[in-house]
Design a protein around this ligand. Sequence first.
Ligand code: IPM
Ligand code: MN
Length: 342
Amino acid sequence: MKTHRIAAIPGDGIGVPVTDAALAVAAASGAQLEVTRFDWSCETYLATGAMMPADGIETLRGFDAIFLGAVGWPARVPDSVSLHGLLLPIRKTFAQYASVRPHRLLPGVEGPLRTSGFDILCVRENTEGEYSGAGGRVHVGTPDEVAVETAIFTRAGVERILRFGFEQARRRQGRLASVTKSNAQKHTMVFWDEMTEAIAAEYSDVEVTRIHIDAMCARMVMAPESLDVVVASNLFGDILTDLGAAIQGGLGFAASANINPERSAPSMFEPVHGSAPDIAHLGIASPIAAIWSAAMMLEHLGEAEAAARIMAALEATTTRGIGVTPGKDRTDTITKAVLTAL
Ligand code: IPM
Ligand code: MN
């Protein structure tokens, strides 16, 4: 049996306990894992002036996968510093261009909607678009100040994320919703639409719809069961996946994978939620999103059976009513219940 080498970056706040929980469950799932922990965090920044060592990226490159808890402690380090010093460079340098985020209700979890029958897979572009980081400010602090942030959509970048979306749709219910805003953004989003149409020609088995981001927000609330795979740019996908988290019961249930589909570098798995400094020391962070993310990691590593066992254990836990109400059960209680179910 293959041993998978995992780099664990628990990070800040609740990232630490949920990473412990996820790795404990992963270790009990039947897969062979060798975990190396890196304590890179805002503490590291305050002590050394950098979120990770200068050779941090090269260190991570040697692993089969990365598991990340959460990054950020805005009271002491600005988010723009902590995220651009750790999470975002990993996603970009390792070409983890497909952010995959499943949105469905675990059994026993009551979301805010009247319907429970939805199963959405959001595929978010993760390396360019509106979050490329291209831009700048001039005349800072004067009345003439100008701030520019340029969205960058490359043919290669758009094509690869759309293809990834089509492939996911093909493996699921065969429906793809491509999120756009070409009625207002006449360069980037018209290009996005043209690329969607061109690639659709190769996937005649996939039913494609084009939907503007504003209408998609309404659709995810009013008729989420009408959606299968949703593919979106970095900004649109970021926003939609918080909406997806909300309809599945909250951020404590939202898992994610940052995938490098070509496997030219490790992929990274992390819950969608952040470090939640306000509840970090209360012991009540839900480990469910992190555990679900660990299942996605094992799936990516070819351990489909271990991943399925974890998902079954999570579902058995929520079916018993454990972990279904945010803030009610302690992190340890939920983790123990999942381990027992395993
Ligand atoms: C997410 C987060 C990050 C993002 C932030 C923390 C930079 O909101 O993973 O969705 O926007 O990608
Ligand atoms: Mn987000």
